[in-house]
Design a protein around this ligand. Structure first.
Ligand code: NDP
Length: 327
């Protein structure tokens, strides 16, 4: 038997409880993992409360990411004792996830925990930090270097934004952080931002093309902000788009693409191919300054705290990342 959060939906309604589950009920998978840590993301909040139907099969163990140790494996790349990370692949939505002491998953979804990174550190970086690294990799793949010019990060005080600011500044880029929380200016400067701009200067409908202000951007906001970010990108610059905090829409024109040759690089962390995932996590282990990770902050809670925190995260009452020690 092992402990888990379980979401059920039946005649009695939609509910999540902390419960004890028989190992025999674990879903099929070629690798069995003793989970050490998981996290609570916004998507887990949606799943646990049932506010948005992200869970498609019941019963479901939520938890879109986890870190743990392999206990049994039929997959050639993993053996008992290996430390592994999983994020995405629909885990916690269509396949039992990480908010449990055990998981049974497809080995092709796993990557090895980089040497020198602890399981708790990996989960404090989480899906947000890994997505920030995928964005940085996209900018570099398109040729951006510190000499190309400034890099804008939108939603800078959020999970993805904070790690993006930290990584880019450590790589020598001059970072402009866009935030709606001016009280976070000091925090963002400590993470490495050179300039802070008010997000409201980017969030209203703007011109198809503006002054060339940045060589690249990491955008976690979407909507008018993304359109304005593209309109202010320098000739042949690159914008990595990963989020929709302002909205799913993209009310832009083709002008920045056909007149300035800019590139819009889409970032999907969920189905990202394994070699790029492994590269992202390996780079995070080497390039994310531990002091900056500590500044971004996370707190560790137990499985019994998960259900109340799920509603709080949806109400915007949670700051920083939440790591769950499932044991
Ligand atoms: P957070 O909630 O931690 O951060 C989002 C930030 O966006 C906020 O902190 C705020 O930054 C800014 N923001 C919020 N609302 C608005 C608004 N209405 N207009 C403009 N800015 C706003 O989320 P994460 O950093 O974890 O995720 C960021 C985005 O990326 C989300 O949309 C998330 O769904 C998406 N995501 C996508 C992934 C992928 O695979 N593509 C993976 C992970 C996340 P500030 O306070 O500084 O203004």
């Amino acid at each position: 038997m092992f402990n888990a959060i379980l979401i059920e939906k039946d005649d009695a309604g939609y509910r999540a409880t902390e419960t004890s589950i028989d190992e025999a009920q674990l879903p099929q998978g070629d690798v069995r993992v003793d989970v050490k840590y998981s996290t609570i993301n916004y998507k887990d909040g949606l799943a646990i409360t049932g506010k948005v139907p992200v869970v498609r099969q019941f019963p479901m163990v939520p938890g879109i990411d986890f870190c743990g140790t392999v206990s049994q494996s039929q997959h050639p790349d993993f053996k008992a004792g290996d430390a592994v990370i999983l994020n995405g692949w629909g885990v916690g939505e269509t396949h039992w996830g990480g908010l449990a002491q055990q998981a049974s998953v497809n080995g092709k979804w796993l990557i090895h925990l980089p040497a020198g990174m602890s399981a708790e550190q990996a989960m404090s970086i989480g899906t947000a930090g890994y997505t920030a690294m995928l964005c940085v990799m996209a900018l570099q793949r398109n040729g951006l270097t510190p000499e190309s010019g400034d890099i804008l990060v939108t939603g800078a005080a959020g999970g993805v934004g904070s790690v993006a600011v930290a990584l880019l500044s450590s790589l020598g880029f001059r970072v402009i952080a866009s935030t709606g929380r001016q009280q976070e200016e000091d925090y963002l400067k400590k993470l490495g931002a050179a300039d802070i701009i008010d997000r409201h200067t980017l969030s209203e409908p703007g011109k198809p093309l503006g002054a060339e202000r940045w060589a690249g951007a990491v955008d976690s906001v979407g909507s008018h902000t993304l359109a304005n970010v593209c309109a202010g990108t320098k000739y042949r610059g690159t914008v990595a788009a990963c989020g929709l905090a302002q909205g799913l829409d993209f009310p832009a024109s083709v002008a920045p693409f056909i007149l300035r040759g800019i590139t819009l690089a889409g970032i999907d962390s969920v189905h990202c191919p394994v070699p790029q995932r492994q590269e992202a996590w390996d780079r995070l282990s080497k390039e994310l300054d531990p002091a900056k990770l500590a500044l971004i902050g996370s707190r560790t809670v137990g499985l019994s705290d998960v259900i109340p925190l799920a509603s709080q995260i949806l109400d915007g009452k949670v700051r920083g990342r939440i790591v769950v020690d499932v044991n």
